[in-house]
Design a protein around this ligand. Structure first.
Ligand code: ATP
Ligand code: MG
Length: 638
């Protein structure tokens, strides 16, 4: 018997035009498309050709008639202790004010606006204002320093930069203005104007003629009426950079119409989010999840969205509170929540009873994405919440989930370790990395690829570099024009995929290929392992050997030699028992924390470089330099 989702999926890949024409009805069009898909120049796809629409109209204006007085944006900062809710009507007014300011600063359709902002409501206003007037936004994560910001300014060439005096993290004020000034100094491109929000957190030195205070400007435009500019569906809505986990970040470029349709469809089929309800994503607008599921997706669906500034462990009174997120779920009757495994691991270190203190009955599901969801973390949160935990596999490039469970269509059992099945529109395949041959038998390991045409919402190209788009993503599998995710995976007999790590995370020990992820899984099963990273290190004899870096949960393994020796022995034995002696790491080293990107992903390439005494390369996305120092020290200690 075909299940409802099987039927939907089949139509999406066999008759993509009919399928997406139907999905296109989920949004408002100023002009209906004349051609659903133009795939005449593969691998490029142009969706909804001839159609005209606007993301801001779909996220804001079209809800005014029916739900103008309902909450649209709830901005909460446990850093400043503020909490403010905007109805769709208020959001409409704020966005027009911001749009008027941008227009006055000379921003026109197609111009870039770089947004370097903390997680405050004004950041969302700025994104929506750009969408409204057809400017291309380029949001840069507020945690980045001058170097990363400068390279992005240079690449995007913004006419205007929107920023603020400061962000705040764990109670520590991080002034943005000096970082921005330095970035502009470093960049060959200079923006014509900078629009600054003053939160009263840090003093700002203004540069006459260039810098403008949004407070004063906003006053002038308090009553501004700025209509939506109708854009071609194939126009550019924004660019965003990948996390840079594996190399130099890539400027992912997205369209207008395809993205709007993809998000509207995903809110229905994947997230099961309904108009009038509240969506809470704990991500940041600097990441793709923030674009799709803090700002655009929930609003397009007519939901209220929570924007959260702060750690998951501090309350609005700025006292420690590991229950703050659940408090918000209760207060705002959140139905759909989206977070990352790394955040759940932080909460796991807190008192587990915290979860039981709140009424979480509104919640239907918790979605997690961005990195592999390990079984202990998944079990802990699923038992604590009592709602389905849905793993999501996707990329900045895709804009929305590639592999997950379509809870809006039907309930399928989750399998631990698997994000789920292929989403509609995605022809996901497993292929042999060197022959390119498709591996159709269950559980055969290969590269996860996507066969074109890619669905709406998927990246159009690399910003200003079509050749890099084709060469990077579409030429890595011999003899075939398929999109490589650069992740290893398998598909089981029920069509569930398992992601086994990145293609550059494979090590070759004496001619045997081992996935670092598999070794990590074995190690993380040890009760005293909080976190682990395994990298392959060049070895004269064996080609490569595995090196493990472990953050112990308790005890003194990091400092006490006897503890360390004992734990190292236990871990070695575990790996040998699970995967065989060959997979056993050459050494297990103990560190207080692991080098990660600002989005919480392990920077294995940096650890590997340190082990091999190479230059770790681009570290602009490294969150805490002390972690890499600790790795260095552990390696030096022998
Ligand atoms: P770069 O491409 O610049 O090296 P990045 O790949 O880390 O950076 P993102 O687009 O943010 O940038 O991350 C996508 C990657 O994250 C995926 O290719 C995959 O490796 C990993 N990932 C995301 N979600 C999951 C998941 N649910 N399970 C396993 N891995 C995941
Ligand atoms: Mg990537």
């Amino acid at each position: 018997m075909t299940s409802p989702y099987d039927a939907l999926y089949r139509q999406s890949v066999e008759q993509p035009e009919a399928f997406w024409a139907e999905q296109a009805r989920l949004i408002d069009w100023h002009q209906a498309p004349t051609q659903i898909l133009d795939a005449s120049r593969p691998p490029f796809c142009r969706w909804f050709v001839g159609g005209q629409t606007n993301l801001c109209h779909n996220a804001v204006d079209r809800h005014l008639a029916e739900r103008g007085e309902q909450p649209a944006l709830i901005a909460i900062s446990t850093e400043t202790g503020s909490e403010r809710s905007y109805t769709f009507r208020e959001l409409h007014a704020e966005v027009q004010r911001t749009a008027a300011m941008l227009l006055e600063l000379g921003v026109r359709r197609g111009d870039r606006v770089l947004i370097y902002m903390p997680m405050i409501a004004e950041a969302a206003f700025a994104m929506l204002a750009c969408a409204r007037i057809g400017a291309i936004h380029c949001v840069v994560f507020g945690g980045f320093a001058s170097g990363s910001l400068a390279s992005r300014i240079e690449d995007a060439e913004p006419k205007v930069v929107v920023s603020a005096d400061a962000g705040s993290r764990g109670g520590k004020v991080v002034p943005y203005k000096p970082l921005l000034d330095e970035a502009i100094r470093l960049s060959a491109h200079k923006p014509a104007a900078v629009l600054l929000y003053d939160r009263g957190l840090a003093a700002m030195e203004l540069m006459a003629g260039r810098d403008h205070l949004a407070g004063a400007e906003g006053q002038k435009h308090a009553q501004a009426r700025v209509p939506c500019t109708w854009l071609d569906a194939t126009d550019i809505s924004y660019t965003i950079y990948t996390s840079g986990t594996t190399g130099r970040p890539k400027g992912v470029q997205r369209d207008v119409g395809g993205y709007a349709v993809a998000l509207a469809a995903s809110m229905q089929h994947i997230f099961d989010g309904r108009a009038g309800e509240t969506y809470f994503s704990t991500s940041d607008i600097g990441w793709v999840v923030g674009h799709s599921y803090i700002v655009y997706g929930p609003l397009i669906a007519g939901m209220a969205t929570i924007m959260y500034e702060g750690l998951p462990t501090q309350g609005l009174d700025r006292q420690p509170d590991g229950g703050i997120w659940w408090r918000l779920v209760e207060k705002y009757k959140v139905t759909v929540m989206f977070s990352a495994p790394t955040a759940v691991r932080v909460l796991k270190k807190q008192d587990p009873a915290l979860l039981r203190k709140y009424d979480l009955s509104s919640l239907r599901a918790l979605f997690l994405a961005g990195e592999p969801l390990d079984e202990p973390t998944a079990r802990w949160i699923s038992e604590g919440l009592g709602v389905p935990i849905i793993d999501n596999y996707w990329q900045t490039e895709s804009g929305w989930p590639i592999i997950t469970l379509p809870v809006g269509v039907e309930r399928r059992p989750a399998k631990f370790g698997s994000p789920g099945i292929a989403m509609y529109g995605y022809k996901v395949k497993i292929v042999h990395e060197s022959t390119g041959e498709e591996l159709t038998a269950p559980n055969e390991k290969g590269v996860v690829v996507i066969e074109g045409p890619t669905p709406p919402g998927f990246m159009q190209t690399v910003w200003r570099d079509d050749q890099r788009f084709v060469d990077t993503y579409w030429k890595s599998i011999p003899g075939q024009l398929v999109y490589s995710t650069f992740d290893w995976g398998i598909r089981d007999e029920d069509g569930y995929y398992y992601i086994l790590g990145r293609t550059d995370d494979v090590i070759n020990v004496a001619g045997h290929r081992l996935g670092t992820r598999e070794i990590e899984e074995a190690i993380s099963g040890h009760a005293n392992v909080a976190e682990v990273a395994v990298v392959g290190v060049a070895d004269a004899l064996k080609g490569q050997v595995a090196m493990a870096f472990v953050v112990p949960r308790t005890g003194n393994a990091a400092t006490d030699n006897a503890d360390a020796m004992k734990l190292e022995g236990e871990i070695m034995k575990r790996v040998a028992d699970d995967l065989g002696a060959l997979a056993r790491p050459a050494r297990v080293r103990f560190v207080p924390g692991l080098p990660k990107t600002r989005s919480g992903k392990l920077l294995r390439r940096a650890i590997q470089a340190v082990c091999e005494q190479r230059d770790p390369g681009d570290l602009t996305t490294l969150d805490d330099p002390a972690t890499l120092q600790a790795v260095r020290a552990a390696v030096a200690a022998g």
